[in-house]
Write a protein that binds this ligand. Structure first.
Ligand SMILES: CCCCCCCCCCCCCCCCCCCCCCCCCC(=O)SCCNC(=O)CCNC(=O)[C@H](O)C(C)(C)COP(=O)(O)OP(=O)(O)OC[C@H]1O[C@@H](n2cnc3c(N)ncnc32)[C@H](O)[C@@H]1OP(=O)(O)O
Ligand SMILES: Cc1cc2nc3c(=O)[nH]c(=O)nc-3n(C[C@H](O)[C@H](O)[C@H](O)COP(=O)(O)OP(=O)(O)OC[C@H]3O[C@@H](n4cnc5c(N)ncnc54)[C@H](O)[C@@H]3O)c2cc1C
Length: 668
């Protein structure tokens, strides 16, 4: 067997020598400072050097059941270790962000974690929806993992239209209990992560009935399994939903409820309440129940950026060491990264990963500000937050999934190997386009907000993401080769498209259609409206971030960041060029300028491409890819990984004697 040398591939050595900026400076910048880089590295050592968290066999070769069992074993170790870090005051939110997301988490559990929902939705729902007494009763137990929970909202029949959920929670004032039921098959909960065999509690979202009246969906804490034996409690019909495209270790489950009784105080009552006599007390806004979904949409933008960065690292390093074909006859075979088409597959997604990271940071800060306001009863900024979280989640996850697939294709045949780690990365990220709100549905939520704003532009100045709508429609905006021009052109385009869609709704209403029918008939345009609005925010946030960094980074790094910003902006403009030609001062002759600008940026980024992805500073264990390792020893690693196939454990497989030999010898 070929043994892997420890030498770094010479192409990568040369790429690193030619890099024009200090990669460590960029690593620190992306981490948020040198201390956070050090914390991250310490955390990586703490987890990845633990022999109990290492796998002997790649998880792809395990059976479905084995995958789950290994995932539970590792998840338990991981979260004990996280608790240890928390107790020592080391890391805070970063521990969770990395261990649950695409950074550390996906290195240890490549295909999902059965306890993710406990942390990402169960605990946040207790925090966001429970009143003070309920928080006191439940959070500590959940935090210390005395109980393991999940978030059970989606049913077989409904995921998007949550007002249509069928599970019922009927208040019985005689015993001061709620009685939960799944009245039909379609009322069965279906999908919640960890529900199958891991969680013993769930927040169950159900239609609340009290004193004979339905008050819509509300969250309830329901015990699913005995805390000692883990056996399902009476009336609980529970199991795992089976194999999926990806996330096969997350233990997504189903749940049917048959006359399951829970105490009144198990309804999460921060926002609305049912009193002992059954009186219903209304929430200040029925949409506060949807708060956990906003939280997850916000954190998913960062996760989309992380996974995209990983795929960029793998594909870029591979493109530096892979040689194929010839550019000129008699030339040596070039690095495939020297093909312009290859650069066009890689670099726009590198720039997009920066764009999404900066958008995610901005959205996270906005989320914290608005949730702070909600605590004081101020709800004014909730609709804008909801609209923005929907748009950014949809655009970033859709582009990350598309990007990862393009990056996989950019690795040719080897990208198709699971040992490249690109297929399972795609599996994880394409799921994000569906969960926590299917992307089309989320874009329509953003469009709903935008159309309302368009119809009533009062107080728009106080809404940072839409204030451009006040003036953008009528901008006199002659073409310029600048990011600022692209931003204002995108704004003008978004405004024009909102105006047009609004007119089309109105035309349809005038022609006799109900507003909702007119809305549906205009919804292709409406989705496009929200999409371009989301992209406008992302480009602008990227621009503002780079402006704010001026003077704080070295000139060399400043140049690279500027190039990445320009590439993201010009690539966005080119992808929207039909709209820009239609709604702005852009003309056919300017397209030549944009195209040349984009190509010059590809050339400018080319010498630093490996340096930039090196700055993402993913450890090999995190990349988990034969194609993407730091040393670039791709072929040795591919062969080494192939040896792990169980089929290679013996020179002749028993199927030869059983089937192949009789077949060959049968001579029919
Ligand atoms: C130290 C700290 C410690 C912290 C503790 C520890 C924490 C640790 C944390 C660690 C974090 C780090 C982790 C990083 C890794 C991440 C890994 C992630 C893995 C994640 C796995 C996740 C798996 C996935 C899980 C799931 O998938 S869970 C299921 C998700 N399911 C959905 O997402 C359903 C979609 N559907 C809908 O969202 C609605 O159904 C629908 C379509 C809107 C219509 O809703 P409907 O009720 O019909 O609405 P309408 O009545 O039409 O009203 C419409 C009116 O309401 C308004 N409005 C609608 N919404 C909302 C809303 N939100 N808010 C406000 N308003 C809203 C709307 O603007 C309109 O306003 P208007 O215009 O009228 O003024
Ligand atoms: C991997 C994974 C993990 C999940 N984890 C959880 C979990 O932990 N807990 C939980 O409760 N749920 C979970 N879910 C469920 C998830 O939230 C839903 O699948 C998601 O919200 C989409 O709903 P749906 O499946 O009903 O799709 P549908 O709504 O049936 O979507 C199907 C199609 O209909 C279209 N459509 C639907 N409504 C509209 C509309 N109003 N306008 C235009 N088009 C529309 C959609 O755009 C889509 O093209 C998970 C799902 C996945 C895939």
């Amino acid at each position: 067997m070929v043994s892997r040398s420890n030498k770094v591939n010479p192409d990568l050595i040369r790429e690193r020598q030619n890099c024009t900026f200090d990669t460590l400076e960029l690593t620190h910048l992306l981490d948020g400072g040198i201390e956070r880089t050090n914390d991250r590295k310490n955390r990586e050592n703490f987890f990845l050097n633990d022999p109990e968290l290492q796998s002997k066999v790649p998880s792809e070769y395990l059976s479905h059941k084995e995958k789950y069992e290994e995932a539970v074993k590792k998840a338990a170790i991981i979260f004990r270790k996280v608790q240890q870090l928390q107790n020592e005051g080391r890391g805070g939110m970063d521990n969770f962000r990395e261990i649950l997301g695409g950074q550390l988490g996906s290195a240890i559990l490549k295909d999902g974690n059965p306890l993710t929902l406990h942390y990402v939705m169960f605990i946040p729902t207790l925090m966001g929806q429970g009143n003070v007494e309920q928080q006191a009763e439940w959070i500590q137990r959940a935090w210390s993992c005395d109980i393991i929970g999940t978030y059970a909202q989606t049913e077989l029949g409904h995921g998007t239209f949550i007002r249509g959920l069928e599970t019922t929670a009927t208040y019985d004032p005689t015993t001061e209990e709620f009685v939960l039921n799944s009245p039909t098959i379609t009322a069965y909960k279906w999908w919640p992560g960890g529900l199958g065999h891991s969680a013993n509690y769930a927040v169950v979202v159900a239609q609340l009935y009290t004193l004979g009246k339905c008050y819509g969906i509300h969250p309830f804490i329901v015990q699913l399994r005995d805390e000692e034996t883990h056996h399902p409690l009476p009336g609980i019909k529970i199991g795992e939903i089976g194999c999926k495209l990806g996330m096969n270790s997350t233990n997504n489950g189903y749940l049917g409820l048959e006359n399951v009784r829970i105490p009144r105080k198990h309804m999460l009552m921060k926002n609305s309440q049912v009193l002992t006599d059954g009186t219903y007390v209304k929430s200040p806004s029925s949409k506060l129940t949807y708060g956990t979904m906003i939280f997850v949409r916000v954190v998913l933008v960062q996760d989309a950026a992380t996974y995209l960065k990983k795929a960029c690292t793998i594909a870029t390093r591979y493109s530096a060491v892979r040689h194929q074909s010839q550019i000129k006859p008699d030339d040596p075979e070039p690095q495939i990264m020297d093909f312009l088409t290859q650069q066009y597959k890689l670099f726009p997604f590198i720039s997009a990963s920066f764009a999404f990271q900066y958008a995610a940071t901005w959205l996270w800060n906005t989320y914290n500000n608005v949730t702070g306001e909600l605590e004081t009863g101020q709800l004014d900024n909730l609709p804008e937050l909801h609209s923005t979280a929907c748009a950014l989640k949809a655009v970033s996850t859709a582009d990350a999934a598309r990007g990862i697939e393009i990056l996989r294709l950019a690795c040719g045949g080897h990208g198709y190997m699971t040992s490249s780690n690109l297929p399972s990365t795609y599996g994880l990220v394409t799921a994000m386009c569906t969960y926590e709100g299917e992307n089309t549905v989320l874009l329509l939520q953003t469009a709903r907000f935008l159309i309302k704003i368009w119809q009533n532009k009062q107080d728009i100045q106080n809404l940072p993401t839409v204030k451009y709508l006040e003036t953008a429609l009528t901008l006199n905006n002659p073409f310029e080769k600048s990011v600022k021009w692209i931003i204002s052109a995108l704004q003008q385009t978004a405004a024009s498209k909102i105006d047009l869609a609004n007119r089309h709704i109105n035309d349809r209403v005038q022609a006799g259609q109900a507003y909702e029918t007119a809305w549906n008939n205009t919804s292709i345009e409406l989705v496009a409206v929200a999409d371009i609005h989301g992209r406008t925010i992302i480009v602008e946030t990227f621009y503002n971030t780079i402006q704010s960094l001026k003077g704080t980074v070295s000139p060399q790094l400043g140049t690279v960041l500027e190039q990445l910003l320009e590439l993201y902006a010009v690539d966005t403009a080119l992808k929207c060029s039909g709209d820009l030609l239609r709604f702005t001062a852009l003309e056919g002759r300017h397209m030549v300028v944009l195209q040349a600008w984009m190509e010059s940026l590809l050339a400018a980024i080319r010498p630093n491409a490996v340096g930039i992805v090196d700055s993402f500073d993913f450890r090999d264990e995190v990349l988990s890819s034969a194609l993407g390792a730091y040393d670039g020893n791709v072929y040795e690693r591919l062969l080494e990984e192939a040896q792990k196939s169980p089929l290679n454990e013996e020179p002749v497989n028993k199927s030869f004697d059983l089937y192949l030999k009789p077949f060959i010898k049968s001579n029919l």
